[in-house]
Design a protein. Structure first.
Length: 309
């Protein structure tokens, strides 16, 4: 089992790729797509707990983010990001992969699964942004209300630096709103993540107006949705789940973690994801997976609980 990092040529730039695990000739591959837009991959290194000789866990920095370079083409932000993800897959020489997407990365991962169904064994969406800009705006209203409440309580400064002045300082000041428990140690650190203001601006402009409903209806990969109530409200990730009507799916409601469960409740999060991946990897035929949610657990104790629908 090893740890490898590489820079992969991607047009006018390079994509930074990190891979941990593997060694077995039949090892599966999990590629994690970070959120943002514009926030680098480092917090998702928590997923390396899922690595083993039989599974490679891969993280990477999207174009112009973190250690990756290149120009973001604002006329095709989503298409370019999906192309770059396929570049990572091809670099790994993996004909079929598990995909995980967090937040903005959830939309990118779902788009990839819609366009390249034969290359995706499973899809895990971590509090993904929804299929349309209208639904995203509703989620942003919920986030703004939580921010105002935190500022009123003194948990977030009333005067925040602008994105142009100091994007990293602004993001760090906002970080507590993404946690159920704002006192969590992870709420005081970006976990090594870097913020690219230019990539964030390009991505956010693309998010101002979009509708991927028709395309996402083509997703058929078995899908696990992690749904958080803070800071965007559970309606956001629920909307994404509804946008994948043809994907066999399960939903996990995050009751003791917010938008960053791999930081706030890493052990419980990894356990749920391991259970899902092991089932897919152990199945003789992924395509025959039942399209109904899994059975309800006997107890709802613990930080997460399953939801039907």
């Amino acid at each position: 089992m090893g740890e490898n990092e590489a820079l992969v040529a991607a047009g006018d730039g390079e994509i930074f790729v990190r891979a941990v695990g593997g060694g077995d000739a039949r090892a599966s591959v999990l590629i994690a797509v970070h959120g943002g837009p514009g926030i680098s991959h480092e917090p998702l290194e928590a997923l390396e707990a899922l690595s083993s000789p039989r599974r490679v866990v891969v993280t990477y920095d999207q174009r112009r983010v973190g250690r990756s370079t290149g120009t973001v083409d604002e006329s095709r932000v989503f298409d370019q990001a999906v192309d770059d993800l396929d570049l990572v897959r091809r670099f790994l020489r993996a004909p079929r992969v598990h995909l995980l997407g967090h937040s903005f990365g959830g939309l990118l991962a779902a788009l990839y699964a819609a366009r390249h169904a034969d290359r995706v064994a499973s899809l895990s969406l971590i509090d993904s942004i929804p299929a349309t800009s209208h639904e995203l705006e509703q989620a942003m209203k919920t986030r703004r209300a939580r921010l105002a409440a935190f500022q009123a309580r003194g948990l977030v400064p009333a005067d925040l630096p602008s994105w142009e002045e100091d994007a990293r300082a602004r993001l760090l000041a906002l970080w507590p709103i993404y946690f159920v428990d704002p006192r969590h140690p992870g709420a005081r650190s970006l976990g090594g993540a870097r913020l690219s203001a230019r990539a964030a601006a390009a991505g956010n402009r693309a998010l101002n107006e979009y509708d991927m409903t028709t395309e996402l209806a083509r997703v058929t990969a078995p899908t696990l949705h992690f749904i958080a109530s803070v800071p965007f409200g559970s309606a956001m990730a629920q909307a994404m789940a509804r946008a994948l009507p043809n994907a066999p799916s399960r939903r996990i409601l995050l009751t003791a973690a917010g938008h960053l469960p791999f930081i706030e409740q890493p052990d419980a999060f990894v356990a749920e994801l391991e259970r899902f991946l092991a089932e897919i990897e152990g199945a003789e035929d992924v395509e025959s997976m039942d399209k109904t949610p899994g059975p309800e657990p006997k107890s709802e104790d613990g930080p997460f609980r399953r939801a039907q629908g």
